[in-house]
Write a protein that binds this ligand. Structure first.
Ligand code: ADP
Ligand code: FBP
Length: 306
């Protein structure tokens, strides 16, 4: 079972406009809504790839009810807890010549809410994975380390996809995987990464701090995987027309896990991860199995000696 945790889910309102004009009324030429947030996107893609998954996290208010309806519409197995305060955020994504995103704040969560969530993870064991993904609502900090402290004895593989201090605090729990994009990685290491050697030095400092595998995504430039045994594998970017790239990183995490669990190697994990990320970047929404399979053959992986 792959458990995903999304502390701060969002209804994603994805809008396409012909041209986006700041300070003017802009009309949508295409739009859709879906149950977003990083862990939920991971679960959506896992389910589409035939993997067993359950999405956990917190919902609140009228938008939380709408979110539940969207989960049902998408047929996603979930165990979201309902808070008695605040409302689930709505994140607005505008696709024009460029992509612009406005992400909301989300409802506050307390320690006792996290305890309830940890109870739902009590059945996780060595065969399972727990994916902790996305931002943490501003009123609580150290939430991922708090969860890991409580479940660290369970033996499940841990995946963390978040940023900054929240991510750094989890490294001592030896997560199986983190997936920063190149900008997040630069931020973590406190300096812009311009060369392969700078990339390797930054990743290895994180591995020294405890993380086992690091997948660095680089948008249209592909992705680079630093494995626990010391290999560096690069999946070149695939050229094509991006639709809306929202969820590409989450799809990559899902594809990576699906490829690892079914293919049994880091190479297969990277191949499926790159295919899933690309397929979502080329769609106006989260990609389905057919689109992902369609990208698989185009993924070219080479080993880098850095
Ligand atoms: N414009 C694009 N063209 C081709 N592939 C893309 C594009 N954007 C994303 N991808 C694929 O999706 C992966 C994750 O995207 P990225 O934007 O790096 O993640 P995040 O959404 O976490 O910032 C990339 O490594 C790449 O394989
Ligand atoms: O929790 P955060 O960092 O605000 O991110 C949430 C947003 O990121 C997404 O999960 C998409 O993430 P990626 O594009 O990185 O895959 C959206 O569904 C959601 O609106």
């Amino acid at each position: 079972m792959i458990y995903t945790v999304t502390l701060n889910p969002a209804i994603d309102n994805v809008i396409q406009t012909e041209a986006f004009q700041k300070g003017h009324i802009n009309r949508a030429c295409r739009e859709y809504i879906f149950p977003g947030g990083k862990g939920v996107n991971v679960s959506l893609v896992l389910e589409r790839l035939g993997m067993e998954t359950v999405a956990l996290g917190f919902l609140a208010g009228a938008t939380g009810k709408a979110y539940q309806a969207l989960l049902q519409e998408n047929g996603l197995n979930h165990g979201f807890l309902f808070l008695d305060r605040g409302f689930t955020r709505i994140n607005t994504k505008v696709s024009a010549e460029e992509e612009t995103e406005i992400n909301g704040g989300g409802p506050g969560i307390r320690e006792r809410d996290l305890d309830q969530l940890c109870g739902q993870l009590a059945s996780a064991g060595p065969e399972d994975f727990v994916v902790l993904s996305g931002s943490v609502p501003s009123r609580i900090s150290g939430a991922y380390a708090y969860i890991l402290e409580r479940i660290s004895g369970c033996g499940a593989g841990i995946v963390v996809d978040t940023t900054g201090e929240e991510l750094l605090q989890t490294l001592k729990y030896r997560p199986f995987l983190i997936k920063p994009n190149i900008h997040e990685l630069s931020e973590l290491c406190g300096a812009a990464i311009r060369t392969k050697d700078e990339l390797a030095a930054c990743v290895r400092s994180l591995q020294k701090a405890g993380v086992r595998n690091v997948l660095v995504s680089m948008g249209r430039d592909g992705a680079c995987l630093f494995t626990e045994p010391g290999e560096v594998l690069y999946a070149a970017g695939i050229s094509g027309k991006a639709g809306n790239t929202v969820g590409a990183g989450d799809s990559m995490v899902a594809g990576f896990l699906a490829g690892y669990l079914t293919g049994g190697s880091y190479r297969e994990a990277l191949r499926t991860g790159a295919a899933a990320g690309t397929a979502t970047a080329f769609s106006f929404g989260i990609a389905g199995e057919e689109e992902i399979t369609g990208c698989m053959e185009q993924v070219v992986i080479e080993e880098l000696k850095i």
